[in-house]
Design a protein around this ligand. Sequence first.
Ligand SMILES: C[S@@+](CC[C@H](N)C(=O)[O-])C[C@H]1O[C@@H](n2cnc3c(N)ncnc32)[C@H](O)[C@@H]1O
Length: 187
Amino acid sequence: MLNFLKEFMKNPQFIGAVAPSSKYLAEKMIENIDFSKCECIIEYGAGTGIFTEKLIARKREDTLLLVFENNKGFYQQLMKDYRHKRNVKIINDSAENTLKYFKKYSATRVDYIVSGLPFATLPLDISERILENTKEILTSQGEFIAFQYTLIKINFLKSYFNEIKWKKVMWNIPPAYVLNCKVQEEI
Ligand SMILES: C[S@@+](CC[C@H](N)C(=O)[O-])C[C@H]1O[C@@H](n2cnc3c(N)ncnc32)[C@H](O)[C@@H]1O
């Protein structure tokens, strides 16, 4: 918790939160994932691993999980906690570079991308690069799941996804929206 606040003070635009998300928000982030069918899941902006923990607990052992965290301190903590887990790769790089690692780890499709990135404060060009790559690597049935504290970037996200459903999660400080975004609309 203190660690998180310290990193926020150093780099508020990129950390985007003063504390990690609640376990309840983490549950809501992953509740729609069909873990039985996943070949590969990607996580953006894992922080101290509140979503990572749940993804590892629920994923099949043979599902590849690529975890991106570009903050050095958080990356080191994630490595300590999860480097020994099967088919989990912790990557100290920006979520802009997913394509490189997708190829490196011989993934052929990505079923879900779970994002903790603060799009409301990230520079626009970085957000654009991340979402362009996201669209490129997600399967047509795939889902991009993100949380945000406001809906201020909803139109920006709509320019990348055909269907966005959201729910408000009150059990988080502050309350947050979980956005389930699909490239292909459900019929
Ligand atoms: C709001 S915090 C969320 C952390 C964690 N997922 C949670 O919910 O508690 C955002 C995280 O995204 C990371 N981040 C910001 N920009 C990033 C980027 N371009 N690539 C990867 N991680 C990034 C930050 O370092 C930070 O850990």
